[in-house]
Ligand binder design. Sequence first.
Ligand SMILES: NC(=O)c1ccc[n+]([C@@H]2O[C@H](COP(=O)([O-])OP(=O)(O)OC[C@H]3O[C@@H](n4cnc5c(N)ncnc54)[C@H](OP(=O)(O)O)[C@@H]3O)[C@@H](O)[C@H]2O)c1
Length: 296
Amino acid sequence: MSEIISGKIISAQINRELRTEVDQLKTKGIEPCLAVVLVGEDPASEVYVRNKKRTCEEIGIRSIGHNLPDTTTQEELETLVQNLNSDPVIHGILCQFPLPGDLDETQVIQTFSPEKDVDGLHPMNAGLIAMGQPRFISCTPYGVLQMLKRSGISTSGKNAVVLGRSNLVGRPIATLLSSKGWDSTVTVCHSRTADLAEVTSKADILIAAIGIPEFVTKNMVKKGAVVIDVGINRIDDPSKTKGSRLVGDVAFEEVEAKASFITTVPGGVGPMTIAMLMVNTVNASRWQNGLTEMNL
Ligand SMILES: NC(=O)c1ccc[n+]([C@@H]2O[C@H](COP(=O)([O-])OP(=O)(O)OC[C@H]3O[C@@H](n4cnc5c(N)ncnc54)[C@H](OP(=O)(O)O)[C@@H]3O)[C@@H](O)[C@H]2O)c1
């Protein structure tokens, strides 16, 4: 049986540290503030935004919501972002994706001031990660790293295999794990990878971020591997009141028996992603006031 790495417990611990940090910042006259932009009425996005605002409140971060109708044009959205960029009260800007209709996410991301890009999506922040000088690390990859670190898992010299190469998750995780300080030897897999199970079964650390329910089975995992499941997939389950439930990209029950450490879905990487958004917002407020980043 493996040990569970609980994102719920680790994120609660980080949020407690943030609360203390925010209290101290307030004594210096600094109130960390996050602008939260939601376009349209996608129910899943509304839930994510609600959770993020609630966590801000728990920590003492001010959040200012901007709820826009799904008729919003690209120009209107970018004008709002530009206004937030120049508003000195706002330290971080979050725009909840996916955007409805024809709105262009890449274009919106490029409108963010890199200094307020707390989701770490702007090309400048992605480039800094690639150069080994990260400023804002995108929240899910940052959450994965903190889970490893705070569970005492050494990454140095280990074979890490990352399943997925998206700009949001797979690629930054792979880049960070191979960077100085983390020092893993990293293989990135994607939909064209040949002999996938052969590659994944050599991993000391296996990170699944592909978006296919329970794709990673026990034959793909080395005995004693550390398995981090980033995937969030909803599947039908008539036994549940909702008629469905959330599962990850890993077939948890069979892989748990083989792994040394494993995360769950839900309760794994998900809560860590929100906690790291809070960390980035607090750091944004520190940097914008001439202070150094928090020591996590
Ligand atoms: N926990 C959280 O907070 C959080 C945050 C973000 C995302 N997620 C979840 O993480 C998962 C991945 O998200 P994403 O945004 O990275 O997804 P994405 O943009 O769709 O990328 C999926 C990646 O998986 C690869 N892939 C697809 N099928 C594959 C296969 N059969 N074998 C190997 N690789 C395959 C794709 O390869 P190609 O590049 O070749 O197409 C792509 O690189 C989703 O379930 C998402 O909901 C969770």
